[in-house]
Design a binder for this molecule. Structure first.
Ligand SMILES: [Zn+2]
Length: 401
């Protein structure tokens, strides 16, 4: 059995204890101590890390788990049984967990008071924490106004700097306490209370007063397995979150010559400008393509009643060739054989006006390109632009007089 020192004092960072057990599990070495301030993963709060020092050296604690009433410490080296050790927990990690865990109590209490929502579980993550809530009407969202109201109430309770206390009441006292949630266990129930607004059974570690939570910010509210998942940060994480947002807003603001509060309008304006610019570009491309089509038609080779336009476009893509071809074959006697070189080989577009009796898809494949289309319009890829010359020869063979 381990005397869990954090029950009495969540601020205890160093302690002495004795190795009373040893085991190998999950590929690691674990030690049991007769007393420990290390918090084992439980109730949604992750384990502490730290170090165990003894005369011959020191062992790092990389995981802590509880089994029955014994706390097991995963260590990176063997420590002989009955060794007296001095433990030291990684305080910044623990205090961060205390802030998030305490934040969960405040948030869950406010959700209960404001909406009658019941919290089903806490997950304390590396970046942020989540609680899953069952709302009385089954909904899985809060309105923006409700979210604001919830955050304001939580932060008012933090600013009250109300004491957070924990104790083990006897059965009679436990029955008389106004707990927000009933206890999951019957014996040895630990109760945690914050001011006069929060009281639940809990075995975790918490700051001594709500003021030490600093600030609480909700990050998101999303549906999760039929419940409402509230994602939040508290304490130093809330400051870090603000710093990240501040930096992002500053950078975006300087790019857009706007303040943080006018960023949405600046982005809206930018989007409108972009839409206009895209429209203008399409119009210009159309005009340029029309001019090119007119020029190519005027210089085209005449094959009896037909007109053969052969053109290799610089830097064009499939779409550009398509637009140009469409303009060329508006004239019903035109045959357009267009190509553009690309990194590997090229792209080709073979098209014809409505008075030309030719299957352009067949011509495209017969010339050695890969692709297809309709009898009057085909597109494809070619290993080399030699296919263009093959197609030209084929057309001349058919129509030269
Ligand atoms: Zn707690």
């Amino acid at each position: 059995m381990t005397d869990r020192l954090y029950y009495q004092d969540a601020y205890l960072t160093t302690f002495t204890g004795m190795v009373i057990g040893q085991k190998t599990q999950d590929g690691g070495l674990w030690l049991a101590l007769d007393r420990s301030a290390f918090y084992p993963t439980s109730g949604g709060q992750p384990y502490d890390t730290g170090v165990l020092r003894y005369p011959e050296g020191e062992a790092y604690v990389t995981d802590v788990q509880v089994e029955g009433d014994t706390v097991w410490h995963r260590v990176d080296r063997e420590v002989p049984p009955r060794t007296q050790v001095e433990g030291e927990i990684d305080w910044p990690r623990r205090f961060d967990h205390m802030q998030q865990h305490g934040g969960e109590h405040i948030l869950a209490g406010c959700i209960w008071n404001l909406f009658g929502g019941v919290t089903r579980g806490l997950h304390l993550g590396q970046e942020d924490s989540t609680i899953d809530v069952t709302m009385p009407d089954g909904r899985v969202h809060l309105s923006p106004q409700e979210m604001e109201e919830l955050e304001e109430m939580a932060n008012r309770r933090i600013q009250q700097d109300a004491p957070i206390k924990s104790w083990f009441p006897d059965e009679a006292e436990l029955d008389s306490l106004p707990l927000r949630k009933p206890s999951a266990v019957k014996e040895h129930v630990r109760v945690v209370a914050a001011g006069d607004f929060e009281m639940v059974p809990c075995g975790g570690t918490h700051p001594g007063s709500t003021g030490q939570l600093g600030m609480l910010k909700i990050i998101s509210i999303i549906p999760a397995k039929g419940k409402m998942r509230v994602c939040f940060v508290a304490g130093m994480r809330a400051l870090k979150y603000y710093q990240t947002l501040y930096s992002a807003c500053q950078q975006a603001g300087s790019l857009l010559s706007a303040g943080a509060d006018t960023l949405p309008q600046a982005v809206e304006k930018l989007q409108a400008n972009l839409t206009q610019a895209r429209y203008d570009a399409v119009q210009w491309q159309k005009k340029a393509s029309q001019a090119l089509a007119a020029q190519l038609s005027s210089q085209a080779e005449r094959l009896g009643e037909y007109v053969l336009v052969v053109h290799q476009a610089e830097g064009a893509d499939m779409e550009g060739l398509k637009t140009l071809a469409q303009q060329l074959i508006a004239k019903p006697h035109t045959i357009a054989l267009l190509a553009a070189s690309q990194q590997e080989g090229g792209v080709v577009t073979f098209a014809r006006g409505e008075l030309v009796q030719l299957d352009m898809a067949k011509l495209l494949r017969d010339s050695g390109a890969k692709g297809g289309g309709r009898p009057d319009f085909a597109q494809g890829k070619a290993g080399s632009l030699a296919v263009l010359e093959t197609a030209v020869q084929a057309i001349r063979g058919l129509y030269s007089t």
